[in-house]
Design a protein around this ligand. Structure first.
Ligand code: GLP
Length: 242
């Protein structure tokens, strides 16, 4: 793992966007693995700006998001599809047909999870995977005790994750789904390159576990220690206990 500690969250965000911009410029038809969450909103804003100011071209890219809620339709305000459309896809020159998210409304979820893995393989695998970090150490929605070899599948959300994400659901815990579809830890580890962005004091403890702790399935993000090309971008607040 390489670790870059920026003075603050804003600079960490801009650096993350710059790393992605460079990757797209080097390989215009790259398959990007994308993440959601509050941390990523500013990364996507910076990429939109790069598109407008510096002509960053997304027209040859493919994108694969990590996860989606089960039972939330793509058109709903809370879906990760809506999040991605709002923050990135509708604001840059990418064809919607080149953007992939797991389908949380499918009747045969297991079959669609397999199809998602197949589409990833068909486009040559993820070239650059962007990752956020859950406060319980999840990556995607790989909650504690996910197998390091896990693939795209349906998972039960940890109570802590449902609590962390209630803000997206009118701050009402009853509205937060219990299940999601997520790429597995093994799927994530297949990416040729990984960039993790974790900022703010709330992530300090889990970031230290991820980087310095022992490999453990109880903190999914520790699996990233096994990846040959993983860059962690953070800020002083999140790096406080390293
Ligand atoms: C969410 C997402 C993750 C994200 C993480 C951190 O639940 N499934 O992909 O990285 O939690 O979110 P935030 O940036 O809001 O802290």
């Amino acid at each position: 793992m390489k670790i870059v500690i920026c003075p603050d969250g804003e600079q960490a965000t801009l650096l993350t966007a710059r790393v992605m911009e460079d990757a797209i410029r080097q390989q215009p038809d790259i398959a990007l693995g994308l993440a959601t969450g509050r941390t990523m909103e500013k990364v996507y804003a910076a990429l939109v700006q790069a598109h407008h100011d510096r002509g960053l071209d997304f027209s040859y890219c493919q994108t694969f998001n990590l996860d989606e809620y089960v039972g939330i339709s793509a058109s709903s305000a809370q879906s990760y599809r809506t999040y991605m459309n709002t923050h990135l896809f509708s604001r840059v020159n990418i064809a919607l047909s080149a953007t992939h998210l797991p389908d949380g409304m499918a009747t045969d979820l297991a079959a669609r999870c397999l199809d998602y893995e197949k589409s990833l393989l068909a486009c040559g695998g993820v070239g650059l995977q962007l990752l956020g970090l859950g406060e319980n150490g999840h990556i995607g929605f790989n909650e504690p005790f996910s197998a390091f070899t896990s693939r795209t599948r349906v998972v039960t959300l940890d109570p802590a994750t449902r609590e962390q994400n209630r803000g997206m659901f009118d701050d009402n815990l009853d509205h937060v789904p219990y299940h999601a579809v997520t790429m597995g830890v093994g799927t994530i580890l297949d990416a040729r390159r990984i960039v993790v962005l974790a900022t703010g004091a709330a992530k300090a403890s889990v970031l230290a576990d991820m980087i310095e702790g022992p490999l453990t399935a109880s903190i999914s993000a520790t699996a990233l220690q096994m990846h040959a090309n993983c860059l962690v971008i953070t800020d002083e607040a999140a790096a406080a206990t390293l």
